[in-house]
Unconditional design. Structure first.
Length: 474
């Protein structure tokens, strides 16, 4: 099967140029810059995508999602959320372990892969969850498991201040075990950093003044900047001590970013310590609690406008941009700081939202593609994805500027059927999403979604000796 993506401005590896892409089966066969001789390509193709006046990007890799399956499928499932991902131009995702059962055993990991093989419309991978007592299982993850089961993991997810059950790991002895085991087995740790003691102290103080379920506007006071900064400092110190690759999830404060910036005296944390910013922390501020209430309640909390603006100004320090897509039923979002669930669905709208920030001058479209496509591929050593290159898998997204549309409930693909962005008008629109060379989503068709498309398990190259991240760090 051959596909031609004709015309359009290709955005790839720091360059924007007019061109066309030829796909054969599931791979990119050729990328042809537009010249007088090549602008009018001739030939016979099974499918032609007209990208005139559009931008052609690598498929988005969302390295931080919660799809809720197994065990929480009243909120979402792999089928529904991967459908939402495809509608949003996301062709690969990495899902977190806090499902039921938690992905903290090899058996649970195998179960998730089997579920995704049957129902995921785009490419998939799953983090292994760290607990207080499962670090001995890490030796089964990087190599032995791949040989015996055909499964790999992008890394280990570590909750250092926000989780349930034994996935909350905040005791020093347990943390040291996790970091040592990750070092021995050459696994990346992706850490949720919030200090439990600080949160509990703040919560009791707010409860004393406001009652048992304080209004959501107190959420960033309870989960404040100090809680984030203290935990992130601890994670960095442990990573440096044990020589472990560390990726700090959903940084929400300027202070955390500054921990990763070169200091005036020349000190900089090890180059294998990186950070992720999530879309909600770039879009919203605590001012928005007045109108959106608990719809934007998440952990770490949405903080002040000054913190959001600082994240935008220093966005270059972060390595990746993800969503922390975390759907709940609207009924579960009722209440205040203690009763309402934390998390929001974002995977369908992250790309239009970030392109809006491109329009605002927060970052260039080349930088956006780097942080949402190239950087996740390099950081996690994903094989043959994340770039528009000959021979690579044909994961491609076509977006159209100057095509306003408004988020309404009937366009939301996530099972929870709501979004904090309802009523918002975007200027950019996802036109087509190709995953492994197939048009899984095409807005121009009468039936835009191909329900028969199935993604593939992401594969990861072995880490090189040492902790080099192949030029992807700050």
């Amino acid at each position: 099967m051959t596909t031609l993506i004709r015309g359009g401005q290709i955005v790839n590896e720091g360059h924007v140029f007019d061109g066309s892409i030829i796909i054969e089966n599931d791979r990119i066969k050729d990328i042809i810059p537009c010249t007088e001789d090549t602008c009018s390509l001739r030939g016979t193709y099974d499918t032609i995508v007209d990208a005139t006046e559009c931008f052609v990007l690598p498929g988005i890799i969302d390295s931080h999602v919660h799809f809720r399956e197994p065990g929480l499928t009243h909120k979402a499932c792999i089928e529904s959320e991967s459908r939402a991902a495809a509608y949003g131009g996301v062709t690969s995702y990495m899902e977190m372990p806090n499902t039921i059962p938690q992905t903290t055993t090899i058996e649970a990991l195998k179960e998730k892969h089997e579920l995704a093989r049957k129902s995921s419309h785009v490419n998939y991978s799953f983090f292994f969850g760290a607990t207080n007592d499962n670090s001995e299982a890490f030796h089964e993850l990087p190599h032995n498991l791949y040989r015996s089961h055909g499964i790999q993991v992008p890394g280990v997810k570590l909750f250092m201040g926000s989780s349930t059950g034994n996935m909350l790991v905040d005791e020093q002895d347990s943390l040291r075990k996790v970091f040592r085991a990750a070092a021995v087995n050459r696994l990346m740790i992706v850490a949720h950093c919030e200090d439990t003691a600080t949160i509990q102290h703040n919560l009791q103080a707010v409860k004393a003044a406001q009652g048992d379920d304080p209004d959501v506007r107190f959420h960033p006071i309870i989960r404040d900047e100090e809680a984030c900064l203290k935990s992130t400092q601890l994670a960095i110190s442990l990573a440096e001590k044990h020589d472990v690759r560390l990726h700090i999830a959903h940084v929400s404060t300027w202070g955390e970013l500054m921990l990763l910036a070169p200091a005036p005296g020349g000190y900089c944390p090890s180059s294998y310590i990186t950070a992720e910013i999530c879309v909600p922390h770039l879009l919203f501020s605590s001012d928005d609690y007045a109108t959106k209430g608990t719809l934007i309640k998440c952990n770490p909390a949405i903080k002040s406008a000054s913190e959001r603006d600082a994240l935008r100004r220093h966005i270059g320090i972060a390595t990746t941009i993800a969503t922390d897509h975390a759907p709940h039923l609207l009924s579960e979002k009722q209440g205040g700081c203690t009763r309402a669930a934390s998390g929001m669905p974002m995977v369908q709208f992250s790309l239009p939202a970030m392109l809006g920030l491109v329009d605002e001058g927060v970052l260039s479209i080349e930088e956006m593609v780097k942080k949402m496509c190239h950087a996740p591929a390099r950081l996690f050593n994903i094989s043959e994805r994340g770039f528009l290159r000959k021979g690579y898998k044909a994961d491609i997204t076509v977006v159209r500027p100057d095509s306003p549309w408004t988020v309404t409930r009937d366009c939301i693909q996530s099972r929870c059927q709501w979004s904090p962005l309802e009523g918002h008008t975007f200027r950019w629109r996802v036109e087509q999403t190709l995953c492994n060379g197939r048009l899984v989503y095409d807005r121009t068709r009468t039936v835009p979604f191909d329900d028969s498309c199935r993604g593939e398990a992401l594969s990861f190259r072995s880490w090189p000796e040492g902790n080099s991240l192949d030029g992807i760090t700050r």
